[in-house]
Every structure is written in structure tokens, then in C-alpha cells.
Design a protein around this ligand. Structure first.
Ligand code: SAJ
Length: 426
């Protein structure tokens, strides 16, 4: 299929990198977003997302005109839908953005077009939700236009590299749709391109993130067991991982981000009666912030009235994304326990939450604290010198929830440092 002009609907963490990658590879792209602020800022050449390498590419393709920004779709050869699929309070998928994107395509859809959904979605969304909306155009999917699902699988922080290098799965509603999807993504993808049907590719995406969630859940449960049994979980994991077929992941304050903490629920929603393990894993990871508080109480038995400096609110190291972050749940637990929280998040210093104070610097966060609570292993936190920190804070207690700080230097600098999941006496 010949593709000269692509329209990408949704210019968020996936849509914008994808749109700019096509444009960088010589395809004319119109990027569309429903949020007027996003449209306006991109039209002025400002990139609203922090992702290494993204700003350079976006500003170049905007400047040379290969990427144009619009508030509604225009006619094109192919359309990519990359809008968010959040969930409601009852953990059911909210497909309103996918529906709205599909509806916006109806007036511009033409014979011979290809439509690809990239948004992570519950199984069968392409067939049962997207297809009927697009067919309101009077065109038949699979015959008049082609329709495929191709999940994004890139790791935030490495999106620009992984977009190109990762294997890409493309599931068509028929083989011709899958093949057209391959023609499209081969414009920039260098990894293997695997073709299948739409439902399989939807399932693949959800299985990948569920697999990771379940594996993190077991690591988190090990951390709770280790504290109960007087074992250091980090030492135990290090040793267990020397087994050739064992690769235990890292415990931590819980699982955040818009993917792994959401996607397993789409599988649970599709068949609640046969997804007990997946649900249990979600519940373990979602209650890990409570365990952080319990762990803190082993060095600070009564947090009531104490000043806690929380270091890191992002959902994982070296990103500015706070979506579903467990850190905010930890803060909630601390406040419920009567503590006063001052937080420092170098990637989002302007973030505001009513139950805590945001510091403008590390120094401000830690100076009057009773305890330091490290929740995210940002590189700049890992690089901190405990001797220097000791001069800047009155705190002498530290809980490291992500195993980022080596115990000995911190102890030598006068701190009592506990690691989440280490049940050995300090
Ligand atoms: N986490 C742990 N322990 C670990 C690893 C991660 O507690 O050992 C936590 C992180 O701190 C974070 C959460 O899990 O809160 C998720 O982080 P992540 O780095 O595992 O994954 P994401 O959400 O940034 O990206 C995932 C990736 N999926 C897989 O690795 C299977 C990525 O490839 C997907 O494209 C992305 O979800 C997505 O968009 O679905």
C-alpha cells in the first residue's frame, strides 16, 4: 500500500513520538489532538512531554513542515489512533476517547484507507467497538478500508529508541489489513514485524504488561515475607537470581504508570471468573504503599506529628510522569498516620497536592525533616553523597523503598538506613 500522508489522532506519550518518527522518515504527518492547549503549544513549537530525544525530533519536523498540528482529522492515506484508555473507579475500561477518535474519522475516511488502533484496549475492541463506528461512513472494513490493531510497547524513558528497535506486532481484521499495517510501520521500524489477527495482538499487549505486573507482585509479596521473617529480601533476590531460570524483579512502593497498573484490569474485566491470579497481583501491588508505612514504623514507631521528607513522586526513575504513581498513595498513608509531608520531585517541581507541601529544592525538602523517605530511584538521588546530605538535614532516619542507596556509606555518615523488605535487625 502506498502511504504518503498519515494522520495521527492523540499527541500524548505515544502519539507524538510516533507522529514525529514517521515525519522524520519522510512521511507527511498531520498530528491531531482534542486538547486545544496541546495543539496550541505544539503549533508554537513547544513540546509538552518530557522524553529523552523527543524535543529535538519534534522541533525539527515541525520546522521543516513534515509534521503539521491540527485540532481535527483531515483526509489521509492512513490513520493511527493513539488516545488514552483510562479506567473508571470500578476498574472498567473507559473507551470514550477511542470512540470519540473513531467518530472523528467517519467524515474523512475514504476507500483504500488504513486505520490502526494503538491504544491499549480490552480484547476485541478493534472488532466490536472501532469497526462499527468506522463503518458508519458507509464503507466496509476489510473491503473498502483496512483496519488493524498494533500496540505500542515502548518503555517510557527509552521511547525514541524502542519505537524503532522493538519488535512490532500488527493484528489485522483480515490478512490484507495486517499487511497494510506492515507497509506503514516499515517506514521507520527496524525490529521484527510480526503479523497476526486483531484479537491476538490486543491480547499480546495485555499479556505482556500483566506478566510484568504479576512478577512485580510476587517480588512485593517476598518483601513483606522477608520483613516478617527477619530476612533481607534484596540479598535473597540477588542469590535466587543466580539460578539460571529465575529472574525475580524488584520490590518497591508499588506499581504505577498508565500501563502496567491499568492493563491487567482489562483482562479481569473481560472474564472476571477466570482471572483470580491477575486480580490478586493487582491487589498486592496496589496495597504496597500500606506496606511502606508499616516498614517505616519499624524505624519510626509513631509517625504522628513527625515531618517526613518524601524524595520522588514520579511513577519510576528519571521520568516526569506521575500517573497512577504509588508515591502519592504512600503520601496519603503518611498523612492518615498524622505525619506532615514535604515532597521533592525534581522532574515535576510545580506539582500540587492538597495534603502535602511541595519543596522547591532537595535542601528545602530535607532541612527540617525527622525522616527521609526515598520512593523513586532517580539517577540524581542515587548520586547523592550521604556526608553532604547529613549536613543539610536534621533527619537521621532513612527508609529507602527502592534499594537505591548503599547501606554502609549512609551509616558511616550517621544515618540509620532501613531498606524496604529488609527484616534483619539494623
Ligand atoms: N516496577 C517495580 N519493580 C520492577 C520493575 C518495575 O516495582 O522490578 C514498577 C516501576 O517502578 C513502575 C511500574 O513498575 O512503577 C511500571 O514500570 P515499568 O518500567 O515496568 O513499565 P512501564 O509502565 O514504564 O512500561 C511498560 C512496559 N511493559 C513491559 O515491560 C512489559 C513497556 O514496554 C510498555 O510499552 C508500557 O508498559 C506500555 O505502554 O504499556
Amino acid at each position: 500500500m502506498e502511504i504518503n500522508h498519515i494522520c495521527v489522532i492523540g499527541l500524548g506519550y505515544i502519539g507524538l513520538p510516533t507522529a514525529s518518527m514517521f515525519a522524520q522518515n519522510g512521511v507527511r504527518v498531520t498530528g491531531v489532538d482534542a486538547n486545544p492547549r496541546v495543539v496550541e503549544s505544539l503549533q508554537q513549537g513547544k513540546v509538552h512531554i518530557h522524553e529523552p530525544g523527543l524535543t529535538e525530533v519534534v522541533t525539527t519536523v515541525l520546522r521543516d513542515g513534515t509534521l503539521a498540528i491540527a485540532s481535527a482529522p483531515v483526509e489521509a492515506d492512513a490513520f493511527i489512533i493513539a488516545v488514552p484508555t483510562p479506567f473508571y473507579d470500578d476498574k472498567k475500561a473507559d473507551l470514550s476517547h477511542v470512540r470519540a477518535a473513531a467518530e472523528s474519522l467517519v467524515p474523512v475516511l475514504r476507500r483504500g484507507n488504513l486505520v490502526v488502533l494503538e491504544s491499549t484496549s480490552p480484547p476485541l475492541t478493534t472488532q466490536n467497538v472501532l469497526r462499527p463506528i468506522l463503518e458508519q461512513s458507509g464503507l466496509n472494513a476489510g473491503e473498502d478500508f483496512l483496519l488493524a490493531y498494533s500496540p505500542e510497547r515502548v518503555l517510557p524513558g527509552q521511547i525514541m529508541k524502542e519505537l524503532v528497535e522493538n519488535a512490532r506486532v500488527i493484528g489485522g481484521i483480515n490478512p490484507a489489513s495486517a499487511q497494510a499495517g506492515k507497509d506503514l510501520y516499515l517506514k521507520f521500524v527496524r525490529g521484527e514485524v510480526v503479523l497476526t489477527d486483531a484479537a491476538t495482538s490486543e491480547m499480546v499487549k495485555l499479556m505482556e504488561n500483566t506478566f510484568r505486573d504479576v512478577n512485580i507482585a510476587v517480588a512485593n509479596e517476598f518483601s513483606r515475607l522477608a520483613e516478617r521473617l527477619g530476612v533481607d529480601v534484596w540479598e535473597a533476590i540477588r542469590i535466587a537470581n543466580r539460578h539460571p531460570r529465575v529472574r525475580i524483579l524488584n520490590p518497591g512502593p508499588g506499581v504505577g504508570g498508565h500501563c502496567i497498573s491499568v492493563d491487567p484490569w482489562f483482562l479481569v474485566e473481560s472474564a472476571p471468573d477466570i482471572t483470580h491470579l491477575i486480580r490478586a497481583a493487582r491487589e498486592v501491588n496496589d496495597t504496597q504503599p500500606e506496606f511502606v508505612l508499616q516498614s517505616l514504623k519499624t524505624i519510626l514507631p509513631s509517625p504522628q506529628g513527625k515531618r517526613v521528607a518524601v524524595l520522588g513522586l514520579a511513577y519510576k526513575p528519571d521520568v516526569d510522569d506521575l500517573r497512577e504513581t504509588p508515591s502519592l498513595e504512600v503520601v496519603r498513608e503518611l498523612v492518615l498516620a498524622g505525619a506532615t509531608v514535604t515532597a521533592w520531585e525534581p522532574y515535576k517541581p510545580d506539582f500540587k497536592a492538597p495534603n502535602m507541601k511541595m519543596a522547591a529544592s532537595l535542601e528545602e525538602a530535607i532541612q527540617d525533616a525527622d525522616v527521609l523517605l526515598l520512593l523513586v530511584g532517580h539517577s540524581q538521588f542515587k548520586a547523592l553523597d550521604p556526608e553532604v546530605v547529613a549536613q543539610k538535614t536534621s533527619a537521621r532516619l532513612v527508609l529507602d523503598a527502592v534499594n537505591a542507596w548503599p547501606s554502609q556509606p549512609w551509616q558511616d555518615a550517621g544515618f540509620t538506613l532501613k531498606k524496604l523488605g529488609n527484616g534483619k535487625p539494623l
